[in-house]
Design a protein around this ligand. Sequence first.
Ligand code: MTE
Length: 322
Amino acid sequence: MNRYHDPSILPSEIPSESEYFDRRRVLAALAASAAMIGGGIDAAAQTGRPAVQARPAPRYTRNPKFSTNEPPNSWEDITSYNNFYEFGFNKEDPYERAQSFRSHPWNVEIDGEAEVRGRFTLEDILKPHALEERIYRFRCVEAWSRIVPWMGFPLADLIRRFKPTSRAKFVEFTTLLDPKQMPGQRTSVLDWPYREGLRIDEAMNPLTMLVVGVYGKWLPNQNGAPLRLIVPWKYGFKSIKSIVRIRFTERQPTTSWNLSAPDEYGFFANVNPEVDHPRWSQAKERRIGGNFLTSRIDTLPFNGYAAEVASLYRGMDLRRFY
Ligand code: MTE
């Protein structure tokens, strides 16, 4: 049996018991002949268990309107150099330590100042939304960046479904708390679970995405499977991974990085080449995967999305509200 029931698999895709045993006989015969000629064999035949069914591949359309023309980074660039402190502090830790993380099945709680609340399966959350691919610039607060073909849907569409009340001024997001699966949570480098937040108008901006995939595939665990936020005009730490709760609040929520180092990481965290981090300049960034001549480039205000979002901050002192 599968270790867990995967609700995204349609019943028609699960082989019946007799089909399965027939298949096993065939596989066993193949395995025997493969072993003789020294070839590889199917894991299912080796272990006597059917291979765990993969979720059906996602269907999506490309959205050029919201995409940069810059060439995307490679799959390797995007999936093997990550920040996901729940799995460790080195860039290769998430890739190395998140592979057995159970990101499916998954539930998300919708909570707080909204007419519709409750606990939903990932499938319930995704069902009404058409997935699209958008190629976004992504700028980490540590002054590196890359170009990523994310797949997901506008957060605004989800927010409308849950009907926030007039008291909802902010949206808070929370990552799973599970120190058994997430070794980083056994350390006290952050106040777990990881939390982030947006003002409701930032959350409703059409650029803000809930992301479930990258490069046309479901998100790998190290990139925040199965559901994460992407806010492309803000430093990467706002783009919280592996979300289990979305809560509408009247007050500005507490966020993990702001709590741990308030002088370094503000609530807004808009990409701003004119406001340096206390310990390094934010004027330039290193584009991952570039050569040493092309990899250091100027950082743009709002990460290049000023035309779409600068108006959200009209009248605000962005040195104070960093
Ligand atoms: N979300 C959680 N839960 N834990 C984290 O450590 N790191 C953040 C953000 N989301 C982080 C997180 C930071 S600092 C960055 S730069 C991005 O995830 C990295 O996303 P990526 O690995 O997909 O590039």
